[in-house]
Design a protein around this ligand. Structure first.
Ligand code: FAD
Length: 338
């Protein structure tokens, strides 16, 4: 492998409900940030889309920062297939030789990326939270990929020096997407591909969407989260949340206790959120929780323990019983609004 032949940053654009998944849009944003920070590499950002998707979806990738959108099409691709996707992307890698390939760490991406890395005999850093080019050498395209390790207590930075592409999966909600801009220039390359020779060991026959319960907390502007200190008193949290138009989140302690559902868990093994305001109630502020909410614009913490680590992350800390303070806070917010 002559790694000098490899160029550009490719982003795997996952399709969800006919549109590009938000997590892929975030990666297009991050890829643009990387290339604009190192103009001497003269890299471009390419989006790779699989399936017979609409022109709107392909344009969506362009409007969010793909300079070129490659779309691999075949009538037979109706659902995600590990084998088909791996084969098509490894063909793309053989032909186009991307230096870097970013894949969202969604359920699909976590299935696809390791298989693809093994097929291409290259390295993969999974679940990254930070990307930067080699800070020591401004002509280098070596990617420094940082990810949490040992339960979030340590961060490791990993490089893939000898093989290409440099592959990484990135947690949804961590990187910033670009604002959609219809004036952005991009090209679309649709390719009809052959899939008849690909042996599928596992075949998805049908996708049954899970009934949608409320708003996805990853997209909420205002979140009130409760932890072990709230126990099974989430009714109070919900009442306050309804009053002020917030979504309710939770720490892993209450999810593990079966009090709240996993899809509202905030943190390293839950969702990454970045609301305008995050109110943490009865949450101690373990690193694994903070990893999922520290990018919120404004953080309010309510805790009985003056030594709780959450106070180090919070913009405002309120010392006391959250179950008494929350209703007062809601009244105050309502008063200010009127
Ligand atoms: P506790 O740590 O028990 O804190 C409860 C807090 O409530 C205390 O600070 C206490 O002073 C306060 N309190 C008690 N009563 C009141 C009251 N009436 N009013 C106000 N304050 C009160 N955790 C996550 O949250 N998300 C994750 O994604 C996650 N992933 C993990 C991944 C790994 C690999 C590991 C090892 C752990 C992970 N954890 C995660 C768990 C994490 O380490 C903590 O155990 C967890 O966040 C603690 O939850 P908590 O703050 O609700 O509970």
């Amino acid at each position: 492998m002559n790694i000098k032949e490899y160029k550009d940053i490719y982003v795997f654009c996952e399709i969800r409900d006919g549109k590009i998944h938000d997590a892929s849009l975030e990666l297009l944003g991050e890829a643009n940030k990387l290339v604009s920070g190192r103009p001497n590499l003269d890299y471009k950002v390419v989006g790779a889309v699989i399936g017979n998707v609409s022109d709107e979806a392909l344009e969506q990738a362009g409007h969010h920062g793909a300079w070129k959108v490659m779309n691999f099409r075949n009538e037979g691709i109706t659902h995600y297939s590990t084998e088909i996707y791996t084969t098509l992307l490894s063909r793309m890698i053989d032909e186009s030789k991307p230096d870097i390939l970013l894949i969202p760490a969604t359920v699909l991406g976590r299935d696809l990326a390791p298989r693809l890395a093994a097929r291409c005999d290259t390295g993969l850093t999974a679940d990254a939270t930070k990307l930067e080019f080699d800070p020591e050498n401004e002509n280098s395209s070596l990617l420094y990929v940082t990810r949490p390790a040992f339960g979030g207590n340590l961060f490791g930075t990993i490089v893939c020096e000898n093989t290409r592409p440099q592959m990484t999966t990135i947690r949804p909600g961590v990187m910033e997407p670009l604002k959609s801009d219809a004036a952005r220039e991009f090209t679309v390359e649709k390719k009809d591909v052959e899939i008849s020779g690909i042996k599928e060991l596992v075949k998805v026959l049908e996708v049954i969407p899970k009934p949608h319960k409320g708003v996805d907390i990853a997209k909420a502007d205002l979140i009130i989260s409760g932890g072990r200190g709230i126990g099974d008193n989430f009714k109070i949290l919900r009442e306050v949340a309804d009053k002020i138009g917030a979504e309710v989140g939770a720490s892993r302690a209450v999810v593990d206790a079966g009090i709240m559902e996993k899809d509202v868990q905030v943190g390293q093994t839950g969702k990454t959120v970045r609301p305008k305001v995050y109110i943490a109630c009865g949450i101690s502020g373990a690193v694994q929780h903070v990893a999922g909410m520290e990018k919120s614009d404004f953080i309010i913490a309510i805790n009985k323990d003056p030594g709780a680590p959450i106070f180090k992350t919070a913009n405002i800390g309120i010392l006391g019983d959250a179950l008494e303070i929350l209703p007062l806070l809601a009244e105050e917010i309502e008063r200010i609004r009127q």
